[in-house]
Design a binder for this molecule. Structure first.
Ligand SMILES: *[C@@H]1O[C@H](CO)[C@@H](O)[C@H](O)[C@H]1NC(C)=O
Ligand SMILES: *[C@@H]1O[C@H](CO)[C@@H](O)[C@H](O)[C@H]1NC(C)=O
Ligand SMILES: *[C@@H]1O[C@H](CO)[C@@H](O)[C@H](O)[C@H]1NC(C)=O
Ligand SMILES: *[C@@H]1O[C@H](CO)[C@@H](O)[C@H](O)[C@H]1NC(C)=O
Length: 450
């Protein structure tokens, strides 16, 4: 900062030169002094103000930049998962949004299991108090909710009943910032798509009436175009929904009508995958949604932390697409958390690990067992790619199925608390600029604030 007193001296000297030549020396000298004093006073007042304004403008600019490149990291938290996790054990800087659930839909009414109620009553507000910047949403629906949603959206009275029950819950649990609707999936029949859009519109209207305009409304949506084409009116989604969580996983798992090994969440098509098989991947489906009009900043692309296990028909045919006869022994019904995958692998005789470069996906096999899973490498690869698409962020399903128990050993030392190595890796890549920016902003403030 420059020296005002030095400046004042210089100005006074100048004044002397100017004023000395005058005949009414004293009088003019006084006037000069007065004017200079005024100017200096104004300078004194204005200078810090100017700095403040510059600083503010700069901050506003940074904020708008930040909003443009806002990267959400949406994490699903399951209260009644077979893998129990205390919400308060989720680090406050891990996810930007947490979808807490799943609340069920019964007879057009949102209902909470006792365990979910306990989380909402005893954990959610503590979490919110400690981490006010994290958005907490009530996750409604899930894999088995299709029929209940179809009934509920069917007519105005039923949708109204849903809205009433929702209002009661949102009033009771004040730390909730919004809802995530997980209807799997609206069908091509009975105008379900139209009624769904109507519901979204009515939710927004209701929230406006209740002065909850800042509440968040998100959807968990199908990735495959064969479902999405019939299920959603993307134009209406742009109007009423803050963002969609694209469920870009479960592209392959054991099914009786598709008894082959396959990858849970391949990033892109493999060279040998033709026609429809070449569409079952993250890249194709994400582009499909964009091509069909979803505003890019509303697209949040999903990654699983869990894997899928298979039992091989021939233990020596371990490639992708090999015949399978059922779920694997690892995990439950073919779903494996990352901790389970690593625990199973530890018990296998000489497991074979393969990383498929075309899809950024690892798989392992041993004695007839075959598991498609995610590792830190696959996450780094996939998150970098998703980030390069410059869309609205990344969604993770779920907190519960990361390597909570550090069985894979990614974390050098274990404190006994649950750890989230995959989600941490995703966060570091996704938020790299933001973390940098925060550092820069801090140093800028040190430099400039008087
Ligand atoms: C569903 O809710 C409606 C309206 O509240 C009620 O009349 C009906 O009996 C309920 N049906 C069941 C099966 O609970
Ligand atoms: C919340 O915690 C309190 C005290 O630990 C307990 O008494 C209460 O039953 C809990 N509420 C629910 C809904 O579990
Ligand atoms: C991703 O999909 C787009 C559009 O379908 C395509 O142009 C691009 O080549 C794909 N990228 C990869 C790595 O497959
Ligand atoms: C996959 O990429 C890695 C590193 O680029 C390379 O070492 C490896 O040989 C590749 N594997 C295959 C099967 O192409």
């Amino acid at each position: 900062m420059f020296n005002y007193f030095q400046l004042q001296d210089e100005l006074l000297q100048n004044e002397n030169i100017n004023c000395n030549s005058s005949r009414q020396l004293d009088h003019r000298k006084q006037r000069c002094r007065f004017i200079i004093a005024c100017v200096l006073l104004i300078c004194f007042i204005m200078f810090p103000l100017c700095l403040l304004t510059i600083n503010q403008q700069r901050r506003q600019h940074q904020q708008s930049e930040q909003q443009q490149q806002e990267q959400r990291l949406v994490c699903y938290y399951s209260a009644s998962d077979r893998i129990q996790l205390n919400l308060l054990d989720v680090p406050g800087d891990l996810c930007t949004h947490i979808n807490i659930g799943a609340a069920e839909l019964n007879n057009c009414t949102v209902t909470l299991s006792p365990r979910l109620e306990q989380v909402l009553q005893n954990e959610t507000h503590l979490y919110k108090a400690a981490n006010p910047h994290v958005k907490l949403l009530l996750w409604i629906g899930g894999a088995d909710s299709g029929h209940q949603f179809a009934v509920m959206v069917g007519n105005h009275a039923q949708r109204k009943q849903f809205l009433r029950s929702l209002k009661a819950i949102m009033q009771k649990y004040r730390s909730l910032d919004g809802i995530d609707l997980d209807w799997e999936f609206p069908s091509a029949y009975a105008n379900e798509r139209m009624h769904f859009s109507q519901l979204l519109h009515e939710i927004r209207m209701e929230w406006t009436r209740e002065k909850r305009d800042d509440n968040l409304l998100s959807l968990a949506v199908a990735a495959p175009e064969g479902i999405a084409f019939y299920a959603y009116d993307i134009r209406e989604i742009n109007l009423y929904v803050d963002y969609v969580n694209l469920m870009t996983y479960d592209f392959h798992f054991y099914r009786e009508d598709m008894p082959f090994t396959g990858l849970n969440a391949p990033l892109a098509a493999r060279p040998q995958e033709k026609s429809i098989m070449g569409t079952f991947n993250i890249n194709y489906t994400a582009h499909w949604w964009l091509k069909n009009g979803l505003e890019p900043h509303r697209l949040v692309i999903g990654l699983p932390t869990y894997g899928h296990s298979f039992t091989l028909v021939n233990p020596f045919n371990t490639r992708i697409g090999a015949p399978a006869s059922g779920y694997g022994k690892c995990g439950q019904l073919g779903f494996t958390t990352l901790s389970e995958t690593c625990a199973c692998a530890d018990g296998y005789l000489k497991p074979i690990y393969t990383f498929d470069n075309d899809t950024c996906s690892p798989y392992l096999s041993s004695l007839g067992e075959w598991i498609s899973y995610e590792s830190k490498s696959s996450f780094v690869c996939k998150v970098n790619f998703i980030k390069s698409l410059k869309v609205g962020g990344l969604m993770i399903f779920s907190l519960n199925s990361d390597d909570l128990s550090n069985t894979c050993g990614y974390n050098p030392k274990s404190s006994g608390k649950p750890v989230f190595p995959l989600i941490e890796a995703a966060k570091e890549i996704l938020m790299a600029e933001k973390l940098e920016q925060q550092k820069r902003e801090a140093s800028w403030e040190l430099e400039w604030v008087p």
